[in-house]
Structure formats: C-alpha cells, structure tokens
Design a protein around this ligand. Structure first.
Ligand code: NAP
Length: 331
C-alpha cells in the first residue's frame, strides 16, 4: 500500500548554506550528498577531518558515476565537483563546539538550513570532558549550543530558514527527571533509556525554540529516520542482544539503507511544501504522533532552563537575550 516516501529534486541556489552535523557517514552522509546535488553549499560538521575528507571524495565519486551514467534528474547540478565542505566539530567537547561556532561566525556566511543529525546511541555510561552524560551532550546539549549561537545568523538569512533535529522513535521510551540527567549514580543508568531521553530532549527543544521563533522566518521540525543500517551499531556492538536483533532485522531485509533513512531529513530540508512547517515530528515524510511526555510544556521549559544553566559559561548576555520568549508570551 502506498509508495515509498521520497523527496523532490529541487534546484537550490549555491548561496543557500546547509550545515549537516555528522555528515560523514550514515543518514548524514546521504543527506549531505543529495542536498549538494541540488546545488546548495553543504557543510558537513564532523569530528574527524580524515573521515570527512574520505566522505567528500566518495560523494563526488558517486555523483560523477551518476553523471556519467545519465542518472541525474532535472534540479541536479551538472558540475565537476559537489559543493560540499568540511568543518571540524566534536559535540563531546563544548570547547570544540564553540570553536566550530566561532569559525562559522567568522566566515561571515548566512545560514538557511541547520540539520542537527550527529549522534550516538546506547553507549555505556560515560561523561564528556565537560562532565555531562555522553548521550545528553553529543545528541542534545552540543546542538543546543550551536542553535543558540547560530540563530541570530539564521534570523537574518532571508526567508524560509529551517532547523531539523534527527530524533528517534526511541523518544517514546524516555523518562523525564533532570535530577538524574547526568547519571551521577551508576544505578540510574540504562543505555537505551539515556539514548531515549536524549531523543526526547531534541523534540522538547523543538517546541521551546518554536515558541521563541514565533514571527520569524526560522522554523523547527524533528524526525525519525526509521531503523537504518548505519555505523550506529558500532556503539553497541558489545551488547549481544542488540547485535542479534540487528542481524535478524538485516537478514529479514527490514533495515533501511542510509539513503532510505535520509529521505525524510532531505524532504524537511528542501521540499518547498515544508516551508513554514514547524513543531512537527515526521516519519516517512508525514507528521507522526509523539509521546505525551514530550508535549508537556512545563517539562520543556524546565529542560530549557536547565540547559541554559549548563551552558551559562558559553552563552553571553546578547545570546541569552535573543533566546527569550517574545514579550507577548505564549500559550
Ligand atoms: N540508524 C538508525 O536506525 C537510527 C534510528 C533513529 C534515529 N537515528 C539517529 O540518526 C542520527 C544519525 O545516525 P546514523 O544512524 O546515521 O549513525 P552513524 O552512521 O553512526 O552516524 C552518526 C554520525 O554522528 C557523528 N558523531 C558521533 N559522535 C559525534 C561527536 N562527538 N561529534 C560530532 N559528530 C559525532 C558520527 O561521526 P563519526 O563518523 O566521526 O563517528 C557520524 O557522522 C543519529 O542522531 C541517530 O540517533 C538513527
């Protein structure tokens, strides 16, 4: 029933700047490649320059192969090189995240699309150099810092600017308890639970941002890519049950390819029909239901305040002020 979800191939101007965190592999890789093929300038923000350089080379090889074989469609560029660039970003370090932000700001570029996609899943209990639980910082807090600093640029980057969070269906297994957010007590920790929590925080972040962006040209959405065969499994290869499950799903051909996993993210980034769409969680390019917990506005704002407190050293007054809810309040 129905056809597979897909995105339209639309011609994008070279001065439309798209940042994809974690664009060197998996869902981010496919997303970056397909958006660059439509002509926008894509920056993959990755922690390993070598892996990013290899990825850009591979994207170009695949693109040239398509070009030679006449597989390009109307809307694709027909050039010798894809407009993809690398910028260094390690979300597990707030210092590295700030270096990325400062480098982007000093480039003087505008920013129309920010795809917060990088992430890890179901890792053993650990803390970053900043002292935060790993899923919390890499999947959520690091992206919070990027959004906070780059929003002023996005707000002045013309119409139809978009932020998309690659969340997960796993958010439905989340619990909300900020006192335990950093898993200080090992007995609080569950690998799946803390992944789920980080994915719910992204959805809560979406709602908080939308309240603050009312009336602006910046919209925020979130999505689940499906269950996708990517390198994400390296994070839990030590867990026999997960590895068995993944092999089973693989042999049953239930897992999506990275390209299939990227379809909804690309659609949210480029489809003209998604202009102005906000506060929606998408699956297969369609709006989908989210866990009721994610909708709790008090929890959303508690998370927001907690995050601002975590990042206070990195949020100067002008940035904090720009993140206030507009004076006329919200409902
Ligand atoms: N695969 C699925 O079934 C699935 C389902 C639901 C949601 N998702 C979400 O989809 C997103 C992409 O995952 P994927 O499946 O494409 O996984 P993946 O193949 O493992 O790709 C993850 C990307 O995130 C990057 N990353 C990890 N830690 C980072 C850090 N500290 N700083 C900067 N970048 C970092 C990785 O960089 P390196 O290559 O350097 O490690 C890689 O580029 C994640 O947010 C994940 O939660 C995936």
């Amino acid at each position: 029933m129905g056809s597979s979800p897909s995105f339209p191939v639309v011609s994008l101007p070279r001065d439309r700047i798209v940042v994809v965190t974690g664009g060197n592999t998996g869902i981010g890789y496919e997303t970056a490649k397909h958006i660059a093929m439509m002509g926008a300038t894509v920056i993959i923000a990755c922690r390993s320059e070598q892996r990013a350089t290899d990825a850009i080379r591979r994207m170009n090889e695949e693109y040239q192969d398509d070009r030679t074989k006449g597989k390009l469609e109307e809307g694709h560029i027909n050039e010798d090189k894809l407009p993809v660039e690398f910028m260094k970003l390690d979300l597990a370090s707030l210092k590295s995240t700030m270096d990325f932000i400062e480098a982007f700001k000093s480039s003087g570029r505008k920013l129309q699309v920010l795809l917060c996609n990088a992430g890890l899943a179901v890792v053993p209990r650990g803390h970053t150099e900043d002292g935060y639980e790993t899923h919390f910082q890499v999947n959520y807090l690091g992206h919070f810092l990027i959004v906070a600093h780059l929003l002023p640029i996005m707000k002045t980057s013309g119409e139809d600017c978009r932020i998309v969070f690659t969340s997960s269906l796993a958010h439905k297994g989340a619990r909300f308890d900020l006192e335990k957010a950093q898993a200080k007590n090992p007995s609080d920790y569950g690998r799946m639970l803390y992944y789920s929590n980080s994915k719910m925080y992204q959805i809560q972040h979406m709602f908080c941002l939308s309240r603050r962006l009312r009336g602006s040209d910046v919209t925020v959405t979130s999505m689940h890519p499906g269950t996708v065969s990517t390198e994400i499994t390296r994070n839990y290869s030590d867990l026999k049950c997960f590895s068995c499950l993944v092999s089973c799903l693989d042999s049953m051909k239930v897992l999506r390819t990275p390209y299939q996993g990227a379809v909804t993210l690309v659609d949210l980034a480029v489809n003209p029909k998604n202009k102005g769409v906000k506060d929606v969680y998408f699956v297969d390019c369609k709006s989908a239901s989210i866990a009721r917990l994610s909708r709790n506005e008090q929890y959303q704002e508690d998370l927001w305040n907690y995050s601002v407190e975590c990042l206070k050293q990195y949020l100067p007054p002008d940035i904090t002020a720009s993140l206030d809810v507009p004076q006329d309040g919200y409902q």
